[in-house]
Design a protein around this ligand. Structure first.
Ligand code: ADP
Ligand code: MG
Length: 347
C-alpha cells in the first residue's frame, strides 16, 4: 500500500536556487509520469528534501490518477521484501507485484542497496520491465550513481538513463522562507529578523532547522514568553550542544576499554582486528556525541593521531549500524549509563 508521508506536498516545498532544478524535474515527472524523465534520480545530502519531493510526486500522480498503482518503498524495506519472498517461496507473487501491477515506483535511499546482490538483481529486472513499458521510476540517493559502492554496474548505468538532479543545502534566503512557512503553518507569524536569526544559526540541513523551530515554538507556547532573539538563543544553546559537561575523551576511552575488556592503547592504536575495531569506533562515536567541543580532528588526535576522515567514517558506521543492530544499541546504552549520561529516548 501507498505509505507516503501525508505532509509532504509540492505546495509546502519551498524553492530556491539550491533545489529548484530538482523541484522542476519532480513537477514535470508528476505531471507526465513515464513520459518526461525516466528514471528521475534525486540526489542530495540527508535532510535536504529528497523524501519530501518523492512523496510530493506520489501524491500528485495519485490525485490526478486515482487508479494508478503507486508503490513508495524505502530501499531497506524493499530489500526486506525480497528476503521475505525468497524465504517464503513467494518470489512469483513479489515479481508480479512489481513487474506487472505497479504503475509508478518511488524508491527512497537507494544507496542502502549497497552490497545487497539479490535485491539488486530483482530491482534490475523490475527496472527493465517498467522502463520498457514507460512506467515511471523515481529514485533518491545520497550518492551519485557512479559513486554508489557495491552496486552492480548494469544497475548503476540504468540509474543514469533518465535525468539526474541534485539538491544542495539551501541558501540563507531559502532557509528564512522555510522557517517562516513552517511557523505560519503552526499559526505563528515569525517576524523577519527572528526567522533570519534562526536560519543563520542552523545552516546544516532543513531537518535540523525544522527541529530547532519546533523546540522554539514549544518553548514559546509553554512559557508564554515573547519570542526575542535572546530567547531564541537561550533555547538554541540548550539544544545545539546536547552534550554532557565535563565528560572527556579519556574518560570515554577508559570506559569503553573496560567494557570490552581491552586496553586503552588498543583503542588508540591501529590494529584492524574486528574485536578491536568495533570498540574503537564505538568510543569515537561516544566522544563525538557526548564530549562538548570534540571536533573530528580533536578526537582523531587522541586516538593515536588518526585523521578526521577516519573518525567521521567511524561515527557514520556506528550511526548506521545502530539503526538495526540491537546488541550494539544495548552496548551503547550500557556505556552511556556507566558514563552517567542521561538517556535520551530515540524515536
Ligand atoms: P531527505 O529525504 O533528503 O533526507 P527530507 O525530505 O526528509 O530529506 O526533508 C527533511 C525535512 O525537511 C522534511 O520535514 C521536509 O519537509 C523538510 N524540507 C526539506 N526541504 C524543504 C523545502 N525546500 N521546503 C520545505 N520543507 C523542506
Ligand atoms: Mg529521506
Amino acid at each position: 500500500p501507498l505509505s507516503l508521508n501525508a505532509k509532504y506536498h509540492f505546495s509546502n516545498f519551498i524553492c530556491g536556487p539550491s533545489n529548484e532544478f530538482a523541484h522542476a524535474a519532480a513537477r514535470a515527472v508528476a505531471a507526465k509520469p513515464g513520459r518526461s524523465y525516466n528514471p528521475l534520480f534525486l540526489f542530495g545530502d540527508v535532510g535536504l528534501g529528497k523524501t519530501h519531493l518523492l512523496s510530493a510526486i506520489g501524491h500528485t500522480i495519485q490525485s490526478s490518477n486515482p487508479d494508478a498503482k503507486i508503490v513508495y518503498q524505502s530501499s531497506e524495506s524493499f530489500a526486506n521484501e525480497v528476503v521475505d519472498a525468497v524465504l517464503n517461496g513467494k518470489l512469483e507473487e513479489f515479481r508480479r507485484k512489481y513487474r506487472e501491477e505497479t504503475d509508478v515506483l518511488l524508491m527512497d535511499d537507494i544507496q542502502l542497496l549497497a552490497g545487497k546482490e539479490r535485491t539488486q538483481h530483482e530491482l534490475f529486472h523490475i527496472f527493465n520491465v517498467m522502463y520498457d513499458s514507460n512506467r515511471q521510476i523515481v529514485l533518491t540517493s545520497d550518492k551519485l550513481p557512479h559513486d554508489l559502492p557495491n552496486v552492480e554496474d548494469r544497475l548503476r548505468s540504468r540509474f543514469q538513463w533518465g535525468l539526474i538532479t541534485d539538491i544542495q543545502p539551501p541558501e540563507i534566503e531559502t532557509r528564512v522562507a522555510i522557517v517562516k512557512s513552517k511557523a505560519a503553518r503552526e499559526g505563528l507569524e515569525l517576524d523577519e529578523s527572528l526567522a533570519f536569526h534562526l536560519a543563520r544559526h542552523v545552516a546544516s540541513n532543513v531537518r535540523e532547522l525544522e527541529g530547532a523551530l519546533v523546540r522554539i515554538l514549544a518553548h514559546a507556547s509553554l512559557t508564554k514568553r515573547k519570542l526575542t532573539i535572546q530567547y531564541i538563543d537561550e533555547i538554541l544553546n540548550n539544544i545545539v550542544p546536547r552534550t554532557t559537561p565535563d565528560l572527556s575523551i579519556e574518560a570515554i576511552q577508559e570506559a569503553v576499554a573496560r567494557y570490552f575488556r581491552l586496553k586503552v592503547n588498543d583503542l588508540r592504536g591501529s590494529q584492524r582486528r574486528q574485536s578491536i575495531v568495533r570498540p574503537r569506533h564505538v568510543a569515537m562515536y561516544l566522544c563525538r556525541k557526548h564530549v562538548s567541543k570534540a571536533s573530528f580532528p580533536a578526537i582523531g588526535d587522541q586516538f593515536g593521531k588518526k585523521d578526521h576522515a577516519t573518525v567521521m567514517n567511524a561515527v557514520k558506521k556506528i550511526d548506521r549500524a545502530l539503526e538495526s543492530d540491537r546488541s550494539l544499541q544495548s552496548q551503547i546504552q550500557d556505556l552511556e549509563q556507566q558514563l552517567d549520561i542521561p538517556q535520551t529516548t530515540k524515536s
